[in-house]
Design a protein around this ligand. Sequence first.
Ligand code: NI
Length: 167
Amino acid sequence: MALLKILHYPDPLLHTVAKPVAEVNDEIRQLAADMAETMYAAPGIGLAATQINRHIRMLVVDISDDKNRLLTLINPQILLKEGEAVREEGCLSVPGVYDKVTRAEHIRVRATNLAGESFELDAQGLLAVCIQHEIDHLDGKVFVEYLSRLKQARIKHKLTKQAREAM
Ligand code: NI
């Protein structure tokens, strides 16, 4: 197992559109395990492969308090979106920034699991938000892009400064 480096906004690599996973093999399973370890260590409740600079369609989420309900979604596809919910979001790629985003309250997702089997999942509330947020990453979108241009500019400035100071 290994901890992976997480890309930070405004790194342009975060805007890469990820490609589908062609085959669920041991390399993919190892990467999923490393992503889960990285997410738990951060700590966070979701991580997309895009964020660790691997541009394939895979994400991990675990919103449980006990960190024992890990979900790995490969090639996730949203089949249905219902309702609207506003929730404060954060992101391991945008440290220290939290803001409200409007998303669907309920979603149905089809994905492939680590055994290579297709499954469907109904999610609502925080889990639905989290999955939508991570799928956005696979499409090259970071949650701050839902905010006003002024807020985005401020966040970019703040994080660029932080990155410079950390060097
Ligand atoms: Ni994120």
